[in-house]
Write a protein that binds this ligand. Structure first.
Ligand SMILES: Cc1cc2nc3c(=O)[nH]c(=O)nc-3n(C[C@H](O)[C@H](O)[C@H](O)COP(=O)(O)OP(=O)(O)OC[C@H]3O[C@@H](n4cnc5c(N)ncnc54)[C@H](O)[C@@H]3O)c2cc1C
Length: 459
């Protein structure tokens, strides 16, 4: 395929000249996501509405060029990278929150709205949108829906798909359709909204969404617990949940993650600890206090962790800042980074941490894990020198071994980052041939010409 000057001109006619570019600078800017892989698009277009998107996709069908939707480009699996060439379709002009309905607890928004902006807008009306990826300050709702983003509150509140009621979607053929409902219930027909959430921009382009909201919890409390042994930390998590307490977040950091953050922030984290748990509860004043007391009694009693309860919002914010700084803190440990987000049954986290430690010892590479201990979602990172062929191959072998072990423990290879290009070569490990073939038939039914986001998920 390839974009002729004539087709580029037609694209410019659709979106307007100022929203259509093929300058070298723009090609470079839209060639990356958080994987840091580099695939420059042949052109970058910024549609403003569903009609623009439809016209672009119809043109792509007629002239045979590829279209890759893009939100903020913060994806961790390469989903927004135009790996096969063609155009990057950047959705950032879709930046309006259309309604926040306080009677029915639903909101209608466009996909280019930044997640944190949306969270704050609904909170100003006493409502709550729980999905909270650590990238909320810059990722978009469209990217969140396409990846089914999770985040730190998933243990209590679920993930993005649990808050999507309906959507306007432009299919790869250019048809503009509405799927799902505007109400809090609805079971008429196949649940296509649920199919499109998490489809990583391969089945359609989301141009509007109806989202479910909750009442805003009155308050929240945050605490840190420090452990000398990972097993004890994991036992504390299991015990909290066994007692029927569901905090809104239970995050953990292993020793290497603690040291990486401490090097960057000088946040006063205990660098000798083998694990830190960051726990947050929410609700009204009295239930939050009760939950906090019950958790502290678990942590103090059976588990003997050192505990620090945040007494002010600022202190809580400092604790979260340390947790959210892990990913960026890692860059100084190598030019290459493989970042996986496996999920295992939560009581198997210590087994996985031990496996990661043994792989780090065997390879000599920096490896660490942190993540959502409450739901077993482990962010496993391997740092290496990407110009060193031996280190690169050792890192890839380690990822392979971690995926095999994850599946042996009854887990899954990705909890929230998606497949994209990063995990596409491993799909066969987890998904059987017949189910893969079914997925490919679904993709063909939506996108017979294969023009939307090729080279992702299904190879
Ligand atoms: C520091 C950091 C922390 C992160 N923390 C988390 C976390 O806690 N939890 C989590 O789940 N993720 C996390 N992520 C990953 C990432 O932020 C999420 O996957 C996010 O949902 C991507 O949103 P985006 O707008 O950047 O999308 P992009 O990266 O631009 O695109 C992601 C995918 O969505 C598709 N897409 C984008 N817009 C549309 C649309 N309108 N219609 C159809 N498809 C579309 C793209 O084609 C691509 O496949 C983190 C990333 C970083 C860099």
């Amino acid at each position: 395929m390839g974009l002729s000057p004539k087709v580029f001109h037609q694209l410019c006619n659709i979106v307007g000249k100022e929203y259509c570019t093929r300058s070298a600078e723009d090609q470079v800017c839209y060639a990356y996501d958080a994987t840091r892989r580099f695939y420059p698009p042949e052109a970058v277009v910024f549609p403003k509405d569903a009609q623009d998107v439809s016209a672009i996709l119809q043109l792509a069908n007629t002239h045979g060029f590829y279209v890759t939707p893009r939100g903020a480009g913060s994806g961790m699996s390469g989903g927004s990278l135009p790996v096969a060439g063609g155009i990057a379709m950047v959705m950032t002009r879709f930046d309006r929150i259309l309604t926040i309905d306080t009677d029915n607890l639903v909101a209608v928004a466009q996909p280019g709205v930044v997640t944190g902006v949306f969270q704050r807008a609904v909170e100003s009306k006493g409502l709550f949108y729980p999905p909270d990826p650590s990238s909320a300050d810059f990722s978009t709702l469209g990217g969140n829906l396409a990846e089914c983003a999770g985040g730190v509150r998933a243990l209590k509140y679920g993930v993005t798909r649990d808050y999507v009621l309906g959507m306007e979607v432009v299919l790869p053929t250019g048809e503009i359709v509405r799927v799902g409902v505007q109400t809090t219930k609805g079971v008429v027909g196949y649940d296509l909204a649920r199919l499109i959430v998490g489809s990583e921009g391969t089945l359609g382009v989301i141009t509007e969404m109806t989202l479910r909201l909750l009442p805003l919890p009155e308050t929240s409390r945050t605490m840190l617990a420090v452990y000398d042994r990972m097993e004890t930390a994991a036992e504390a998590v299991a015990e909290i949940i066994r007692r029927g307490i569901i905090p809104r977040a239970i995050e953990y950091m292993d020793n290497t993650a603690i040291r990486c953050v401490e090097n960057l922030l000088d946040a006063g984290l205990p660098v000798d600890a083998e694990a830190i748990l960051l726990i947050e509860v929410d609700g009204n004043e009295s239930e939050t206090r009760l939950l906090l007391d019950r958790i502290v009694s678990v942590l103090e009693g059976e588990c003997r962790g050192r505990i620090q309860v945040a007494e002010t919002r600022e202190e809580a914010a400092r604790m979260w800042k340390a947790r959210k700084a892990i990913s960026p803190a890692l860059r100084r440990y190598g030019t290459g980074k493989l970042n996986e987000d496996i999920v295992v049954p939560r009581n198997r986290i210590p087994d996985m941490v031990a496996k990661i430690r043994s792989l780090a010892e065997k390879t000599g590479l920096t490896m660490l894990s942190f993540g959502h201990a409450g739901d077993g979602n482990i962010h496993f990172n391997v740092m290496f020198d990407k110009d060193d062929a031996r280190q690169t191959s050792l890192a890839l072998e380690a990822v392979d071994a971690v995926f095999d072990y994850t599946l042996a423990l009854g887990g899954t290879m990705s909890g929230e980052h998606g497949v994209g290009i990063a995990k596409a070569p491993y799909m066969k490990k987890e998904i059987s041939d017949d189910v893969l073939a079914l997925m490919k038939r679904i993709k063909r039914a939506f996108d017979p010409a294969g023009i939307l986001n090729p080279g992702k998920m299904l190879l």
